[in-house]
Design a protein around this ligand. Structure first.
Ligand SMILES: Nc1nc2c(ncn2[C@@H]2O[C@H](COP(=O)(O)OP(=O)(O)OP(=O)(O)O)[C@@H](O)[C@H]2O)c(=O)[nH]1
Ligand SMILES: [Mg+2]
Length: 609
């Protein structure tokens, strides 16, 4: 940047970044508590920043969020980011508001794939890095080796001398303590807060500059309408001020700031004025996009727009056209789905929505199947009914070559499982990169594998390792297509009629595969009721009752025993379906189905092909 000749020393902007579950949100809680934000004895829920329902239920952060603490007169704006690889776009967006990054690394797990991703992005953004080796209370903590691994990672990522000379703290975020050395008796996080103020540069700006703000996040309030959130790059802004928004196409739209707010803890506080470097929430704009510049009429210069990595996975969304559609949801029409997806693309930088040529559905592109599953789950809770197809990777074509997204995969499991895991990953065109014995007796293996090889694999991996394995992957780049392999090795059990599933029929079908439904469930022709143990699809009658020859036989039918079925989850369903299958999603049910439902239609298609 040029002409930056001022520093706002009353502020610091810091992003907390890490691999999933390394303790970011928990550490923010402790910072809140110790900066005097809450009354003594006040009941405050855990992981306060994980405010979305799905975040609380799943115990993970999905969206990056802003908050602040005041420490010794300095406001530290904090951006809590998600650690799951599929939400990497949120980290990239969050880093646009930060001048420094707190890199958390679990004292036992050490740097994992997403640690590399977030650190790389922070280094690219030229942020001051403070390293926190966290969870030092863990029984299996190995802080000395973890520190070595962090150095190795930084060197690999091309960090310079200064970046290698990072400030280092050891913390137990849960207990709210941090110290400069392991043998130091830490009682609080004061040293961490002091280190942030001392080491992270105060936001700089052009002293004589006019107001300019980069929109990095959007929100909505029933009272205030759309809210634009971002960092003030230069100048000051006042409530009620007349400003201009510069859109991506260069359009300049006037607006009036109806309310100006800044962060106080996890809440918003109204303010009359905000200075350079601060993170503000502006209301009074109807139409605004992430990446837009808001500025005074005097300085109509757009700032560099926020850009994030391209999506790698796509999924088809369409209106639910099953014979039992519209019974369980509130929003079923294609137009409602379109509207909802448009809204999502507006506030989620890593989601792209395209209307399909057939005008019947939408292609939603994102950074991973889990990100798309979370979107579908959110929509179903809002009352939507829809159908989604199998997640597909997005190929690229360059210089006559077909390229595909490739992941860096790390699996950890007991020694007895490594054979199966390696065999399956190799079949999916995975290449082993590293193999190591962990201190806890487990084996860690790293692979480079096409993203498409991982779609549908997680569930299988958990079964193969009897639920004890862990796997993490993140996108490492586009590479030449590694060749075909089947999506799934088995077919489906498909209902050949409409009706209601019956215990007697399901019990008999158990010999054919794994059943997904229970007696009493509605079924329709073309609905998938289970996984076939052989390759082909098998058309079956799940409604068949035993012929009633006399009363005793009828009594026997009631006593039929069937294996317990665990309810189908959206994740499992999306992982199970093949190219010619769909998941039917309603607020109450997850059903699987063939895309083409009836035998007649299928035959017609084959004839037409
Ligand atoms: N032993 C120990 N556990 C911790 C510590 N800090 C957090 N945890 C636990 O680690 C788990 C994950 O904590 P979070 O704060 O949600 O981690 P996160 O990094 O925000 O996770 P994502 O945002 O989903 O990436 C929770 O079960 C915490 O209770 C710590 O210092 N020690
Ligand atoms: Mg979190």
């Amino acid at each position: 940047m040029t002409n930056k000749n001022g520093n706002n020393d009353s502020l610091r902007n810091i992003a907390i970044i890490a691999h999933v579950d390394h303790g970011k949100t928990t550490l923010v809680d402790a910072m809140f508590r110790q900066s005097g934000l809450f009354r003594k004895g006040q009941q405050v829920s855990e992981r306060l920043m994980d405010s979305l329902d799905l975040e609380r239920e799943r115990g993970i952060t999905i969206a990056a969020k802003n908050c602040s603490v005041i420490w010794k007169g300095v406001r530290i704006n904090i951006i809590d980011t998600p650690g799951h690889a599929d939400f990497g776009g949120e980290v990239e967006r969050g880093l646009f508001m930060a001048d420094g990054a707190l890199l958390l690394v679990d004292a036992s797990e050490g740097p994992l794939p997403q640690t590399r991703f977030v650190l790389e992005k922070a280094l690219q953004a030229n942020l001051k890095i403070i390293v926190v080796i966290n969870k030092i209370d863990r029984q299996d903590a190995r802080p000395a080796q973890v520190l070595d691994e962090i150095y190795d990672l930084l060197i690999e990522l091309g960090a310079d001398e200064e970046q290698l000379d990072f400030p280092l703290l050891y913390a137990n975020g849960k207990a709210g303590v941090a110290a400069a050395a392991l043998d130091e008796d830490a009682r609080d996080l004061h040293l961490l807060l002091d280190t942030i103020v001392k080491e992270v540069p105060a936001p700089d700006y052009t002293a004589e500059g006019h107001f300019q703000m980069l929109v990095a996040d959007l929100s909505y309030s029933d009272y205030l309408g759309r809210l634009a959130i971002g960092k003030v790059m230069n100048g000051r802004v006042r409530s009620k001020e007349d400003l201009i928004r510069i859109g991506e196409d260069g359009s300049r739209i006037p607006l009036n700031v109806s309310k100006l707010q800044v962060y106080e803890g996890p809440f918003l506080k109204e303010t009359e004025m905000a200075g350079p470097g601060d993170i503000v929430v502006v209301s009074g704009i109807d139409d605004v996009h992430i990446g837009d510049t808001i500025c005074t009429k005097g300085a109509l210069k757009p700032l560099k727009r926020i850009s994030v990595d391209e999506p790698t996975v796509s999924m088809r969304f369409s209106a639910n056209n099953s014979p039992i559609s519209g019974r369980e949801g509130v929003y079923v029409q294609s137009s409602r789905i379109r509207e909802r997806l448009r809204k999502e693309a507006l506030k989620n930088v890593s989601i792209i929505v395209e209307e399909n040529d057939d005008r019947e559905g939408f292609t939603v592109k994102g950074r991973g199947e889990f990100q798309l599953v979370i979107l579908v789950e959110t929509m179903r809770r809002e009352g939507f009914e829809l159908c989604v197809g199998r997640p597909k990777v997005i190929f690229r074509h360059e210089k006559g070559k077909k390229l595909e997204p490739v992941e860096h995969l790390l699996v950890e499991c007991g020694e007895g499982f490594t054979g199966t895991v390696t065999e399956k990953l190799t079949r999916r065109k995975g290449r082993m990169l590293a193999f190591s014995n962990q201190e806890n007796g487990r084996i860690r293996i790293e692979f480079s594998i096409p993203s498409r090889g991982l779609i549908g694999y997680r569930d299988e991996f958990l079964t193969d390792t009897k639920g004890t394995g862990i796997m993490y992957s993140n996108f490492s780049g586009y590479e030449e297509y590694r060749g075909d392999f089947p999506d799934r090795y088995t077919g489906s059990l498909v209902s050949d009629r409409n009706g209601e599933a019956v215990a007697y029929a399901l019990s008999n079908l158990e010999a054919r595969g794994r059943i997904f439904i229970v007696p009493g469930d509605p079924v329709y022709e073309g609905m998938i009721i289970g996984g076939h143990s052989r390759e082909n699809d098998l058309f079956v009658n799940p409604c068949r009752t035993k012929k009633l020859t006399n009363m005793r036989a009828a009594g026997k039918d009631d006593a039929v025993t069937i294996t317990a079925v665990s309810p189908m989850t959206l994740e499992k369903a999306v992982q199970f379906i093949r190219e010619d299958e769909l998941v039917e999603v309603t607020p109450k049910s997850i059903r699987l189905r063939k895309t083409v439902l009836t035998a007649g239609e299928r035959k017609a298609m084959i004839r037409g092909a």
